[in-house]
Design a protein around this ligand. Structure first.
Ligand code: NOJ
Length: 487
């Protein structure tokens, strides 16, 4: 019996029993909890019948075809072609060749039983230099993709900016004009696509295309700016999001849902007691002050402004209102998290470091912390009460040796996914408004500065032949989607 709907869900699954088994309950859980009904045990960790299972990718990581049909140059083309920047000199020139093989990729999704697909639009295919005259051939590609998805019964979730900034936008995110150019592009896409695309995400992972690109210097355009300029770049990022939301609303058909995909830094309480949970929520709000907190509250909180002092961003009238534009949903990219404990410090919390031997996957930054999927949903819900939440990315890199029979038996990835999804299930069963989950990634692809040395796909891609082969994790995900419960 998995056909129950979301209204019945809190009762049917026995939220009390599950929450207690996992170590305590939130107020929401207590409100929802009733005695388990007969048959609940047989459902195991089942999900509501309308839960949206999907996969995610991004344009520069999969499309290739970088010189085709008028696509303009982006900061990632330049970065990847700069010697020494990406591991093994990998570029997105060909990647998974999805620009030509998108039908094959739709077939992969269909074979999985995926209900939705999150992909991004390459801004420079639509406006080759970032603004000006639109390029019909670029638009045609996304029309073909969206129509193909809908014909296969798969819901398109469109991200408008996943880091591939057109180099024609002089000044990049250092320039305020880029935020306006983004809004024009976002409104244009909404006007063209919202008859078929019902979910738009403005930007993907603010921290990555601002801090990591303009401060740490390991993502394109690889600058290391002083703090006042970094804060201004961050401001232009959140402003682009806010102006983008307004432009989408102005041009989209009624019923269009708008949000963003952010990689807020996630915190998990060291011990699930009220004091550590409070400290965790505090850390969540303060450590994300320049990104998600600003977006959800429409202001920069005092502790952030005080900490930045003279380096704080220069804000113009109307900016914060735009940045805080109401959203239909918030999507979170969740890979890892940090443990927090309540502490006798000025902030009231301490973030505990990951140690050298903490469990991690193939990417050195990817500490395995399955509870992140529960606590991200819970802390965001309790702090800001979004109407709906999605997990727009979750997944992992793994070593992925190809076995003699040509298959990848990635049992470690299955272990990672099963554990994270178990914790997401707890959030569902406690009544938090989590609607869907996008696994990163549909297939192996270009992993930014790591080139092709860190692979996240549940389909193996032979980059010589472009053959896609389901890994063990794809078989597992197919069964999970079919059963609509943990398998
Ligand atoms: C998040 C990014 O959005 C995506 O582009 C990247 O490949 C994955 N993390 C894995 O690092």
């Amino acid at each position: 019996m998995t056909g129950f709907n979301r209204r019945q869900f809190g009762k049917g699954i026995g939220a009390a029993a599950l929450g207690a088994a996992l170590g305590g309950q939130s107020a929401t859980a207590q409100a929802l909890a009733t005695a388990p009904t007969a048959g609940a045990a047989a459902d195991g960790l089942a999900f509501p019948s309308d839960f949206l299972w999907g996969c995610a990718t991004a344009a520069y990581q999969i499309e290739g075809g970088v010189k085709e049909d008028g696509r303009g140059e982006t900061v990632w083309d330049v970065y990847a072609h700069t010697p020494g920047k990406t591991t093994d000199g990998g570029t997105g020139d060909v990647a998974c060749d999805s620009y030509h093989r998108y039908q094959e990729d739709i077939a992969l999704l269909k074979a999985l039983g995926a209900k939705s697909y999150r992909f991004s639009v390459a801004w420079s295919r639509i406006f080759p230099s970032g603004k000006g005259k639109p390029n019909q051939k670029g638009l045609d590609y996304y029309n073909r993709l969206v129509d193909g998805l809908l014909a296969a019964g798969i819901e398109p979730h469109m991200t408008l900016f996943h880091w591939d900034l057109p180099t024609g936008l002089q000044g990049g995110w250092q320039s305020r004009d880029t935020a306006y150019a983004f809004a024009d592009y976002a409104g244009f896409m909404a006007g063209k696509m919202s008859d078929r695309v019902k979910h738009f995400m403005t930007v993907n992972e603010l921290r990555c295309f601002t801090d990591l690109a303009y401060w740490n210097g390991n993502k394109a355009p690889a600058l290391r700016l002083p703090m006042d300029q970094v804060n201004q770049v961050r401001h232009h990022g959140v402003l682009a999001h806010g102006l983008g939301v307004q432009a989408i609303r102005a041009h989209a058909k009624a019923g269009t849902q708008v949000g963003l995909a952010d990689n807020a830094t996630i915190f998990v309480p060291a011990i699930e007691t009220p004091e550590h949970i409070e400290a965790t929520k505090k850390a969540m709000r303060e450590e994300n002050a320049m990104f998600l907190t600003a977006i959800m509250e429409g202001r920069y909180i005092d502790s952030y402004l005080a900490a930045q002092g003279k380096d704080a961003p220069k804000v113009q009238a109307g900016d914060m209102k735009a940045i805080g534009s109401p959203l239909d949903f918030v999507s979170l990219n969740v890979y890892t998290s940090n443990t927090v404990r309540a502490a006798d410090t000025a902030s009231g919390y301490e973030i505990l470091p990951h140690l050298a031997n903490s469990p991690r996957m193939a990417s050195p930054w990817l500490n395995v912390t399955p509870e992140a999927l529960y606590w991200s949903i819970r802390t965001v819900s309790e702090l800001w009460k979004p109407k709906k939440l999605y997990i727009s990315e979750n997944g992992c890199s793994a070593d992925d040796p190809v076995a003699q029979d040509g298959k990848v038996y990635d049992a470690d990835r299955v272990m990672y996914l099963r554990n994270y999804i178990t914790h997401m299930h707890r959030a569902v069963s406690e009544g938090y408004p989590i609607q869907g989950y996008f696994l990163w990634s549909l297939m192996d692809n270009f992993e930014w500065e790591d080139g092709y040395t860190k692979l996240f796909g549940i389909h193996h891609v032979d980059f010589q032949t472009q053959k896609r082969t389901p890994k063990l994790s794809a078989d597992w995900y197919r069964e999970l989607i079919k059963a609509n419960k943990l398998v």
